[in-house]
Design a protein around this ligand. Structure first.
Ligand SMILES: NC(=O)c1ccc[n+]([C@@H]2O[C@H](COP(=O)([O-])OP(=O)(O)OC[C@H]3O[C@@H](n4cnc5c(N)ncnc54)[C@H](O)[C@@H]3O)[C@@H](O)[C@H]2O)c1
Length: 316
């Protein structure tokens, strides 16, 4: 048994446990713990692995006297009090790369679903209807796809869009003029992207600067009859402004995997026939869940055994 102990506090692929155990860490899996129970046992652990269920609060961190690293199998660290961790010199890490294919494929799926009204046609047909006229669609081929945010997910979406024979535009403030973009992808400015695109898909982070970026003004500048997909973060799109843009017919449809408040409940947008929604399932594939667990385990091993740091969210 190793002296270095890791607690896996949320459900994740058992591969994570196997990798860390084989690497010489002692791993306990104890999921669904109430905060007081977690507080009682956390003092003995050097590593804490979570997904989104366990709340790593300042109160928990105050009891985590041996803790050196908290890892999120996934991207968002909203459930971890990062400033409190930093103040206690606890390293926070995440595993962004494992989700990229899953989130990107969901966005591509929404493009087809919007263009051909697949969810609505399926619901109508399986309830006895045969509404061929109602489900007239549009083709993706030859249309312009605007990718806002060209990091690990957006890049893959841009590449796949080009593969679908779409004309692909990309905007990302981090892309320089000499950026190495996938073949067939054109770097443009933000205003050009939103005014030229038939489909706009969002793959940027939620930051103070991007909160409400797709509000009344931006939505109004989008091409009439265009579609919006948000598989990035709720809050980047102003849901009230989106409702107005869809209701007025300026936009033809929207698909959202993420919401300003989650779970979102029955938001006004859902009154509209041309809105598609899913419950933040961008990363919910078997492959992604396995990849993020493996990545977390490898980062923990490297850090706890070899003192090497990757995927840092904070600087301690
Ligand atoms: N729906 C889901 O379940 C799910 C799963 C994984 C990731 N995500 C979200 O997807 C988004 C992208 O994730 P990623 O892993 O590709 O991140 P990333 O950090 O690799 O890429 C994000 C890119 O956005 C760019 N960016 C920053 N500000 C911008 C702006 N104002 N306009 C345009 N681009 C801007 C950055 O320069 C960066 O290149 C994030 O919001 C992430 O939280 C959602």
């Amino acid at each position: 048994m190793s002296d270095i102990k890791v607690l896996v506090a949320d459900d994740m692929s058992h591969d994570a446990v196997d990798i860390m155990s084989k690497g010489g860490l002692t791993v306990d899996v104890n999921t669904g713990l109430a905060p007081d129970k977690l507080g009682e046992i956390i003092g003995q652990y050097h590593g804490l692995a979570v997904r989104s269920a366990t709340k790593v609060t300042a109160a928990i961190l105050a009891k985590a006297t041996a803790l050196r690293i908290v890892g999120r199998a996934g991207v968002g660290v909203d459930n971890i009090d990062v400033p409190a961790a930093t103040a206690r010199k606890v390293q926070v890490i995440n595993t962004p790369s494992g989700n990229a294919v899953a989130a990107g494929e969901l966005a591509i799926g929404f493009l087809f679903a919007l263009a051909r009204k697949i969810p609505q046609a399926s619901a109508s047909t399986t309830s006895g209807g045969w509404e061929k006229k109602k489900f007239m669609g549009v083709e993706l081929t030859g249309k312009t796809l605007g990718v806002v945010g060209c990091g690990s997910i957006g890049r893959g979406v841009a590449e796949r869009g080009a593969g679908l024979k779409m004309r692909v535009l990309a905007y990302d403030p981090a892309l320089g003029a000499d950026a190495d973009l996938p073949a067939g992808v054109e770097r443009v400015g933000f205003d050009e992207l939103i005014s030229r695109s038939d489909f706009v898909t969002l793959h940027l982070p939620l930051l103070p600067a991007t909160k409400g970026l797709f509000g009344k003004d931006t939505l109004g500048k989008m091409k009439k009859g265009s579609y919006l997909v948000n598989c990035a973060r709720g809050g980047i799109v102003d849901e009230n402004a989106l409702y107005e843009a869809l209701k007025s017919g300026h936009l033809a449809g929207a698909a959202l995997d993420v919401f300003e408040n989650e779970p979102c409940g029955q938001v006004p947008l859902f009154e509209l026939e041309n809105v598609l929604a899913s419950p933040h399932i961008g990363a919910s594939t078997k492959e992604a869940q396995q990849k993020v667990a493996v990545e977390l385990a490898e980062v923990f091993l490297d850090f706890l055994k070899n003192g090497r740091l990757r995927n840092a969210v904070n600087k301690v």
